[in-house]
Ligand binder design. Structure first.
Ligand code: GSH
Length: 239
């Protein structure tokens, strides 16, 4: 039975690194076949899993047989070895995971730029705080994270600086790629400005995008468009 991803329909959002990993490995998967109803079933407080799984806190969720997993990077920690997206050595898995977690932290910070006060409030009700948060994000956080990942690439001689860990693509690369791609949508000016200073990171972004299965996926209907999800574009936040 194919694994089943469950996520908010209509947004790439936090499910996207998982989709990229499954697509890169040409794995079979079903994407939210039960739509919104199925997703809501799992996250309502009344949900009790008949198979004894811990109730998931929030999507993305991966159904593997009778098991339910959640948390994006945890799902990738599970899938990585199965999909051939980790290095051979045991410690390598945790190096991949620490980089995936670090890149994913940046996506949370990107989310905070449009919701700095409360996730339950509209952006329009927190615009002043959003402007301040976004300024910090553009001027300090994007440069810090991007500079870090550029250094990681520089120091990874095993792949000739093509990928973050080991000699070939891992799921950490896919998480980082997705975060850069989301930022190119949300903060096009700030992102291009920083990438323009970091040759290795820019080349990394282009390299991953050109991988045959990733390229095919990005051009397919399975890849959803950015809109009002994790990565949002507000021109006033990208000055
Ligand atoms: N760290 C978690 C965050 C999960 C998360 O925040 N999911 C969102 C959808 S993108 C959600 O539905 N959150 C509900 C909530 O936080 O109340 C992950 O990466 O999976």
């Amino acid at each position: 039975m194919a694994d089943q991803l469950v996520y908010w329909p209509g947004f790439p959002g936090r499910a996207e690194p998982i989709r990229l990993a499954l697509e890169e490995a040409a794995a079979e998967y079903d994407d939210t076949p039960g739509g919104m109803d199925e997703l809501m079933k799992y996250v309502t407080p009344e949900f009790v899993d008949p198979n004894g799984n811990t109730p998931p806190f929030a999507p993305p969720i991966l159904k593997v047989g009778n098991h339910l997993l959640y948390q994006t990077t945890n799902i990738l920690l599970f899938l990585g070895p199965k999909l051939g997206l980790i290095p051979d050595d045991e410690l390598g898995l945790y190096q991949v995971n620490e980089l995936a977690l670090t890149a994913w932290d940046l996506s949370d910070e990107a989310h905070n730029t449009h919701h700095p006060i409360g996730v339950g409030l509209y952006y329009e009700d927190q615009k002043d705080a959003a402007a301040e948060n976004a300024k910090q994000f553009r001027e300090s956080r994007i440069p810090k994270f991007f500079g870090f990942f550029n250094r990681v690439l520089e120091q990874n001689k095993a792949s000739n600086s093509d990928y973050l860990v080991g000699s070939s693509l891992t799921y950490a690369d896919l998480v980082l790629w997705q975060v850069i791609d989301g930022l190119k949508f949300a903060f096009p000016k700030a992102t291009e400005r920083e990438l323009g200073k970091l040759e290795l990171l820019k080349a990394f972004y282009d390299r991953v995008k050109e991988r045959p299965r990733i390229k095919e996926y990005l051009g397919s209907k399975r890849r959803q468009k950015y809109s009002n999800g994790l990565f949002r574009h507000y021109e006033e936040l990208d000055q």
